[in-house]
Design a protein around this ligand. Sequence first.
Ligand code: ADP
Length: 657
Amino acid sequence: MILNPLPPAPSSPPPSWYWSLPYAAVALFVATMAALLWLTHRQDTEEQRATLINDVLWMEQNLGFQFDRNNSHLTQLGPELLKGGTLSSTTQARLRQALDPESGLIRILWLHTNGEVRGAQPPYTDSHLVGEAGGTFPSSSAHRLSRSMGRPVYSDAYAVIENQTQFEVHVPIFDGGRYLGSVVGVYSLNNMISRQVPWWFSERYRVSVANNLGVEIAAKSRVSPLSSLAYEIPFEPPGHGLSLNVTAYKSEVRWIPLLLMGSLGVLAAAIVWSLWQLRRHMQRRQAAEQALRAEHAFRKAMEDSLNTGMRARDLKGRITYVNPAFCRMVGWSAEELVGLLPPMPYWAPEALERTLAVHEMVLGGNAPPQGIEIRLMRRSGERFDALLIEAPLIDSEGRHIGWMGSMVDVTEQKHAQELYRQQQERLQATARLVTMGEMASTLAHELNQPLAAISSYNTGCINMIGKGDMSPGELSGILEKIGKQAQRAGQIIRRVHAFVRRSEPKCEPVDLNAILREAVGLVEPDAQRRGVSIHQDLAEDLPTVAADPVMIEQVAVNLIRNGMDAMADAPRAQRNLHLGTRLQDGMLILSVADRGKGIPPEVAEKLFAPFFTTKEEGMGMGLNICRSIAELHRGRLSFEDNPGGGTIFNFSLPVQP
Ligand code: ADP
């Protein structure tokens, strides 16, 4: 098989893990990138936490400064306030300054040594103090503690109206070791938080204060942050279990890592998708290849098992493909045949001309659909007859790319046909002989009676004449009887003659060339079998002639067969039979020239005699009948020596009968 070989199948399919590799690589890549991003995120969070702690510490310090500053203000104001009498304008101014909203103080009280309130700025009523849980205002415990400790002491925080939480700082005032009384600064926890937390801090964090039970008692903002980033420190001073909670608002969305992560995800998904598609495509392709390979193997097996030879040729007649049956038939291998141009090595030299004509006919697209029989040659030189059926070769795109021929060896078949034909011929010949024999015996039998009667009448006559006792009347009676018997014999002969002649020729205008071609067609297979080449030299524009076409064809076939018989022992190259037609002297002449053994004079004498034959199976009636046919048509049958050896028979017919 040379045509379109398929590429070989891969030696082994890839292992199942082969396809997992790219997925694993993608997963590893995504995991690495996710880990990197997570690490970056953690680092960011740590940084944010460190910033938060720094900010909270700063805040704590800031608050501490403010408390210290307030305490020092209250300490300075103490002697003035506790001195008694009306407050000087300077003291009032300093009081106002100390009560600046920024300081967080909402009220300043000054107490007697026993803790009683001597004065307050701004003045207050008890209604302000709703909500204090079981305590006194100002806190007596803080007062006592500060007096005994000799330093500022902060009270518990306590709730007052409008959800306000307050606490106090008690600052004891001494004059050279003598306790003069205390100055109390009242803080509003809410004011403190809202005033002391700068704007930039509150933008980033939510600041709140919780009591010792963890309940929020003051906050800078009502909005609760979503972030988990928070820090808690004891709210010192005032202490007493208060804690300062700072929670970061949700940190700003970091778009770059997010985008990076998103695009990584999309990329990974795209890679996985395309890998999956690729795999599906490859699987489909593999399945298609497998199907193609199976189809190819099936077709090849089919072609190899065929007994019909197959051969493809391109438009120039070059062989492009032959199947094993073709190679077996001709004996050449596919490698030797493919690529060859005519003449092919399997063309029989003696039939070269005809084979080439058939080849041209096929390339011209005129091959008969029922096929052509040609004689071909095997590599061994043995000849064989093949039936060739040619069809156009059309490729997958519908283009005509050459010719596909199927070839069947019909030698055996033809041989069988020929044997059958010969047998039939022999049977017919025998039948004819038998018929003739029967006819002859019937004739003899029929004639025997009148002849015997004539003979006996004749003997009777002679005896009577010899005795001399015969009257003329008796003699004429006997002679009449003899005459009657002779007439009867004549009738018998005429009847037989009429039977033999059977019919008159049925004349019609005939074309001698056409009849000759028909005759050649009839004897062609026989000629091929005998290795005889028939050459025709037919004159053109011959007039038609009135004749019985069947009879004329019979003459032509007889003469051709005789010519071929005469060349039976001649060398193969010499077995040429030339047929010709011509118009000469108002006669149409059909000539058959062979290169056989010729006709010796002793044969020539009896050539046309019935039943004369020199052949084992001959009947010797052929030339006799031919001459009768010639005479029936008012023509002639003659023969002459062929100058090149052999004999020429001429059968002539008058153009004007
Ligand atoms: P048959 O062919 O049956 O013998 P024919 O009447 O046709 O009978 O031929 C009679 C004989 O004439 C043949 O047997 C043969 O000897 C001789 N003869 C006929 N044609 C030729 C020929 N072309 N060359 C030589 N001899 C021939």
